[in-house]
Ligand binder design. Structure first.
Ligand code: BGC
Length: 727
């Protein structure tokens, strides 16, 4: 792509955004004009002062050393006879700070762009305006910009010439855009303005979100708006930013004094619910307008879930917002502090819920390719984050994190019936399995002594310990088996001979049982261990393990104590094995640790920690306390797949055939859920009333549903609407 154009940079880098510019004259009547462009940094193209696209944060985040996405834009409507093209370029992922170590410039030392404007004239002639040394570079009004620290926009700043652009060589591959466009999605007005006990002027938008605040304000030349962001107030009602760690998340705007001025950042976003106005033009507050703009990748909404319990509805709302806040081109752990990284474990845990809430097929396919590309440099190992940034050794090669390489493609295949993702990711899946096979202890089919994250943030290993009590070797070997099993299924779907891996799978399962179980129960006696064995089908006697799990939950006061690894499996492990009531008890539990604990604390997104704020109103810690971390939102899939009972089946993926197997509980009152699948919209609803349950199902044309209701009722039906009333 862009074969004739050259990468260009300014002669030296500067903190703010720079504008690469050139002029051209359209010689004749223009039929069509197309701009292709990309950047090392983030860019926005303008023609004749007009922004040519609504898309934000281009070119998106890929493994930049290997590939950068090129955007193609129809700009015909922008072209006049005399034209000025500007490519405004900021730091973004390529040059700004990334990672908690504080360093920047991970991919390049100077911002760069490459572009070609192709003009097709009415008479058939074509002309190409390409980036090269004839372009000029200017400073801009964005005088500082960083993803973590925020942006400074100075409306008084006059553009300064930085001289001619310099042509540079870059070895990265230019590819057409694979991911979804990133766009402004929703606008939210503040619900409240108040002054905190500490004297800060604060606006509350009522929803924790990712994006930025647009402000319309008038004032005198040189007056400033300084705005900080926070997710939460502390127990005294003061603005709380310690959990942002080193990220300053501060936007500063300097007014020109020229009437009503509009400000919002261009090359950064924040994760926030509140803003504090540290500085504001005198007397301007009453007339100023503030709007929070939600930004995320385009994803068509597919799933809906509503039930008769307002707290569960709020939990569902929170997990959907967890997805909105963390699906900005790559699936991130959190949108606010000095991370916002593509943590593989978090994505693996949440992938199924995400894929039911929204159509994330394109989103995941792009990210998985970057994961696979970085994996090559690791000889098959998958690091804790993708794309890999920072010193490679900083993120671990961990079970449950690296397994994203296998689990995510499988989920995408199952949910959307897309075989291509298995074809594309086959080598990556195999690479991960082979990596484990190489290091697995002495050919004994066990993954021992790895440097894992374990059952991250579980509550069963004492105060303040990040890694839960479940034996890491147990977790690693169980995932080794689970991923190998999925890999076998995936290979068979695309017609590969998987006999070698079938054998490997059997050997791991056997070795796992010998090493980690005694009398059919996990040696390491935790909720997570039992839940994993049940979900991953590693039990000889399922009932025994399920009963053990039920006992562990009861002993803990009907409360969970699982972390990132065990939590997604916990409710299934109970509800699939005769302990449905207990699964619902956990869902409805309000005492901490539980899903509804944070709901009762007023959460509008999913918290990273079960005890982000403890019952005394104190913060768990400053170091690791995000209030928008989707991992525990993985309970969403259980709501769709068990409470509503809409389940894909492996031999007819994409819901060509599926199960409708709702498991009612009168505490929910009713459930009404739907999923827009690639084969049509499925609805499953039930209403519990006077000892009866009324079920309503919609099965799309040309699909088949196996209706399975409590009490052993089973029926296979084709497209249509069905109502059933049962005792
Ligand atoms: C992230 C997590 C991630 C973890 C690795 C944290 O800093 O925020 O969500 O998975 O590190 O254990």
């Amino acid at each position: 792509m862009l074969t004739n154009a050259r990468w260009i940079q300014a002669q030296s880098d500067c903190a703010g955004a720079v504008s690469f510019e050139t002029s051209f004259v359209a010689k004749k009547a223009v039929r069509k004009a197309t701009l292709q462009a990309t950047a090392m940094g983030l860019y926005e193209p303008y023609i004749n002062g007009q922004r040519v696209t609504m898309n934000r944060f281009m070119p998106g985040w890929t493994s930049y050393r290997h590939r950068v996405q090129v955007q193609t834009m129809d700009v015909t409507a922008c072209i006049k006879q005399e034209n000025r093209i500007c490519l405004l370029c900021g730091n973004g992922w390529a040059l700004g700070r990334i990672g908690w170590k504080g360093d920047d410039k991970h991919y390049a030392s100077n911002k760069a762009v490459i572009a070609c404007l192709t003009v097709e004239y009415e008479d058939g002639d074509r002309e190409e305006i390409i980036t090269d040394h004839r372009w000029s570079v200017f400073t801009s009004q964005i005088v500082a910009s960083d993803l973590y620290d925020g942006e400074t926009v100075d409306h008084c700043a006059e553009p300064e010439g930085l001289g001619a652009a310099v042509e540079v060589e870059m070895s990265t591959l230019l590819i057409p855009q694979e991911g979804e466009d990133i766009r402004e999605q929703e606008r939210i007005a503040p619900v409240r303005r108040f002054v905190t006990p500490a004297g800060e002027t604060v606006l509350d938008f009522g929803q924790n979100l990712a994006g930025y605040v647009e402000i319309r304000v008038s004032g005198k030349r040189g007056e400033r708006v300084v705005m900080r962001h926070a997710e939460i107030l502390d127990k005294n009602g003061n603005f709380y930013t310690e959990n942002m760690r080193s990220a300053l998340t501060t936007n500063t705007y300097i007014l020109s004094g020229d009437g009503v001025e509009c400000f919002k950042p261009t090359f950064t976003w924040q994760g926030f619910r509140y803003i504090a106005l540290d500085e504001f033009p005198e007397g301007a507050l009453e007339s100023a307008e503030f709007t929070a703009i939600v930004v995320h990748s385009e994803m068509k909404r597919t799933g809906r879930f509503v039930c008769g319990d307002e707290k569960i509805n709020q939990l569902y709302h929170n997990l959907v917002w967890g997805q909105k806040g963390n699906f900005i081109d790559v699936p991130t752990d959190c949108p606010q502090r000095d991370e916002r990284l593509g943590w593989t474990g978090d994505a693996q845990v949440f992938c199924q819920t995400a894929a039911l809430n929204f159509d994330v097929r394109k989103f995941f396919k792009k990210w998985l390719k970057d994961l696979a590309i970085d994996q090559k440099e690791e000889n098959g190992a998958v690091r804790g984050i993708a794309p890999v940034v920072m010193d490679r050794s900083i993120t671990r090669i961990s079970a449950a994190w690296g397994d994203a390489a296998v689990i995510c493609p499988w989920v995408i295949y199952l949910t959307y019936g897309d075989k291509q993702v298995l074809v594309d990711q086959f080598d990556s899946m195999r690479g991960w399995i082979e990596y484990i096979r190489r290091i697995a202890d002495g050919g004994e089919f066990l993954w021992l002594n790895g440097d894992h994250y374990g059952d991250w943030l579980a509550m069963d290993n004492g105060e303040g310990v990040y890694e839960g009590a479940t034996d890491k070797d147990f977790i690693a070997t169980a995932f080794y088996a689970y991923s190998t099993g999925l890999f076998v299924k995936a290979g068979k779907v695309i017609g590969r001979d998987m006999s070698e891996y079938e054998e490997l799978y059997q050997s791991i399962v056997k070795a796992f049982a010998e090493r980690f179980t005694s009398d059919g129960l996990p040696v390491c006696h935790t909720q997570t261990a039992c839940a994993m064995m049940l979900y991953m089908e590693l039990c000889e006697d399922r009932q025994k393990v399920a009963d053990e799990l039920a006992e562990l939950v009861r002993e803990n006061g009907c409360r969970l104590n699982t972390g990132f690894v065990g939590t997604p499996y916990l409710l299934y492990a109970l509800s699939e094995n005769g302990h449905t009531d207990l699964a619902y008890d956990l869902l409805f539990q309000e005492k901490f640790p539980s899903w509804l604990y944070s709901v009762n604390q007023g959460a509008t997104t999913i918290w990273e920690h079960w005890d982000g704020v403890n019952d005394k109103g104190e913060m768990w810690s400053k170091a690791m306390n995000s209030f928008n971390h989707y991992a525990y939102g993985a309970v969403g899939e259980w709501l769709y797949r068990t409470a509503a009972g809409i389940r894909a089946v492996e031999d007819a993926p994409g819901f060509k055939r599926f199960e409708l197997c709702p498991v009612p509980d009168k505490r929910l009152g009713f459930v009404d859920a739907s999923i827009k699948t690639v084969n049509g919209e499925i609805r499953s609803a039930w209403f519990a009333q006077e000892g009866m349950v009324r079920y309503e199902f919609t099965v799309p044309e040309n699909t088949e549903a196996i209706i399975k209701l409590p009490g052993g009722v089973e029926n296979t039906v084709g497209g249509g609407r069905y109502v059933m009333i049962m005792k």
